[in-house]
Design a protein around this ligand. Structure first.
Ligand code: AMP
Ligand code: FE
Ligand code: FE
Ligand code: ZN
Length: 296
């Protein structure tokens, strides 16, 4: 057997213990309830899980009492949509100990409002392309928060497109015809907000930034370090082995911590499994979490 190591939560972890620090419930654009997600994590034999819903902690909060009845370590997380020079950049935030400040929660409320504004505009723009749906129909697909995957679901159900991928490719993606830009906060400001609120900011799935142009992503990372960027998501279902190696090396070069997760969305991204990612391409060691804690 592999030898245990002692770490920040006072428990001993085997070096082959696995974690997943990026997942979504049906409180944002996943399809699992918090309970289903936790059961899934236990079945996948994960030792730690972070729920990183877009713009809301509701899924995490509903999951806390359920996780407390198990041995699973649950970490409060969030995923924010931000802008950098016009590009859409996702930023993860992790809250290890203290609760986020009231100020941060009220800022999150503003993010939710910009999402509602975007959603209304998206309804109007889709109608221009002959795709008819009401905001109520789309909102019924989600809970507290409505995202583009919910639009895609309604489009499939109404027969406008054969599947969700087509809905994104033809209508909803950033380069597709009905795309509506949201009033997102700047990346640097969002990093600072997270840090002020006691969170650890991590750059989500860097391969999706600038079409994975390593030099451009590298320059962005360097620019964000003085703003408080603490980690980058080196492990992700979309990362090829060469990308994982590359982003581990980048983190090492700049003294950043790394995070990793599957970005599980349930049936909204059916090819991705919690913990093990896309066709088993993930196995994130517990050490990643220990190192993340040590970075703050
Ligand atoms: P929103 O936050 O409402 O702008 O929606 C963004 C979410 O849509 C992402 O977090 C993904 O879950 C999902 N998404 C984005 N692009 C695609 C795609 N091409 N196929 C499937 N889901 C996607
Ligand atoms: Fe999502
Ligand atoms: Fe994301
Ligand atoms: Zn995500």
């Amino acid at each position: 057997m592999l030898s245990p190591s002692s770490c920040w939560d006072g428990q001993n972890h085997e070096v082959d213990d696995l974690i997943d620090l990026h997942s979504h419930t049906y409180y944002s654009d996943g399809t699992s309830s918090p309970e289903e997600l936790i059961n899934n994590a236990l079945s996948a034999q994960l030792e730690a899980l972070s729920i990183t819903d877009h713009d809301t902690f509701e899924g995490y909060e509903a999951a806390v009492p359920i996780a407390n009845r198990t041995g699973l370590r649950l970490i409060r997380g969030i995923e924010l949509s931000t802008r950098y020079n016009g590009a859409s950049i996702h930023l993860l935030g992790y809250f290890m100990g203290e609760e986020p400040s009231e100020e941060f929660l009220s800022w999150l409320g503003q993010m939710q409002q910009t999402r509602r504004d975007r959603n209304q505009k998206l309804i109007d723009k889709l109608r221009q392309y002959g795709v008819e749906m009401t905001l109520e129909e789309v909102e019924r697909k989600g809970r507290s928060l409505t995202g583009r995957p919910h639009f895609a679901r309604v489009m499939v159900e109404k027969g406008y497109v054969p599947d969700m991928e087509t809905a994104f490719r033809e209508y909803l993606d950033e380069s597709a015809r009905a795309y509506v830009e949201r009033q997102d906060p700047q990346l640097s400001q969002s990093i600072a907000r997270l840090r002020q609120a006691g969170g650890i900011p991590s750059l989500a799935h860097p391969v999706r930034i600038f079409r994975n142009d390593y030099d451009k992503v590298d320059a962005l990372i360097r620019e964000m370090i003085p703003h408080g960027l603490t980690a980058i998501e080196a492990y992700h279902s979309d990362h090829k082995p060469a990308d994982v190696r590359h982003y581990l090396e980048v983190a090492n070069r700049y003294g950043l911590a790394v995070t990793g997760g599957s970005d599980f969305h349930g049936a909204n991204k059916p090819r991705i499994q919690l913990g093990s990612g896309h066709a088993g391409n993930l196995a994130i060691p517990y050490q990643v979490l220990d190192d993340l804690m040590a970075a703050v």
